[in-house]
Design a protein around this ligand. Structure first.
Ligand code: IPD
Length: 276
């Protein structure tokens, strides 16, 4: 088996190539063809083409590796061999509407964890990457470790479950959380790309992130990039979470725990209301 560093080098090369190609196509001949995977789940010819190109290139060099990708959605729930986790365009709704907050996100996981990852926004030419144990980088500059920040001074970011099939209860919960943190932090944003949100936490642009209903391809690269600068990842019950978790809080450990505490307080209030 060729080693992780070799795979990381390929990952960097291919994600950049596909990102720049996408930018060129958008500038010269966008001709966006939008279709629906489900009632409210958009996909374009670019999502499909980027995913296909990445898989073909990687498969040629590493034929024994597995894939877990947004557009083909293999049902993997455990990483048993080197697995490439790909979201060809994270933030597809933004992409379709010309809002330049979207990215390509690629990670490499092995049974030992997420070993390498990169997230690339070709429009802003912003590039985040990490190799496990070697720090996180933003446009080739090493990112410093996160420092602790008080919740009341924090700029937080979240996402809402936007699939129509999501229960009203979950949506109401997500919106109540937004309101709660809007009152108890400096402000909250909702930007539409979980992969970039996590990288922005790593870069110190956001102080913390929380969201329900995520998929491994939305978060894999961002998990590694943020953990390389000292962020931790918790679920809404303050337990450590990982790639296959459906809830995620990402921040410096102190802030992550205080976000989890707030979420638990809101949860208790809701449960009390239900039982009264
Ligand atoms: C979505 C984005 C969004 C998050 C959704 C994801 P997609 O990914 O990451 O921020 O709120 O949960 O599904 O569908 O644009 O690749």
């Amino acid at each position: 088996m060729k080693d992780v560093t070799q795979r990381f080098e390929c990952l960097l090369k291919y994600i950049k190539y596909e990102g720049l190609k996408l930018k060129h196509q958008l500038n010269h001949q966008p001709n966006l063809k939008v279709s629906y995977k489900a009632q409210d789940d958009l996909v374009t010819q670019y999502d499909l083409a980027i995913e296909k190109a990445l898989i073909e290139k990687i498969q040629k060099e590493f034929p024994e590796d597995a894939f877990l990708t947004e557009e083909t959605r293999q049902s993997i729930s455990k990483i048993e061999r080197p697995t490439w986790i790909i979201d060809p365009i994270d933030g597809t709704t933004n992409f379709v509407h010309g809002y330049p907050f979207f990215c390509l996100s690629v990670a490499l996981a092995t049974p030992q964890g997420i070993m390498a990852g990169a997230v690339y926004n070709p429009i802003l030419n912003e590039y985040f990457s990490a190799l496990k144990g070697h720090g996180a980088y933003f446009n080739n500059r090493r990112l410093p470790q996160l420092s602790a920040e008080l919740q009341k001074k924090a700029l937080l970011v979240t996402g809402f479950p936007y699939r129509k099939k999501v229960t009203e209860e979950k949506l109401t919960f997500a919106i109540s959380l937004f309101a709660q943190f809007q009152a108890k932090s400096q402000a909250v944003r909702r930007d539409g790309s979980a992969a970039l949100d996590l990288c922005y936490v790593a870069a110190g642009r956001f102080s913390g992130f929380f969201e329900l209903g995520l998929h491994p391809w939305d978060i894999a690269a961002g998990l590694l990039i943020s953990s390389e600068v000292g962020a931790i990842h918790l679920d809404y019950s303050a337990q450590p979470t990982s790639l296959f978790g459906k809830e995620l809080i990402c921040a410096h450990p102190k802030l992550a725990n205080s976000i989890a505490q707030e979420i638990q307080i809101l949860n208790e209030k809701i449960e009390q209301k239900k039982s009264s």
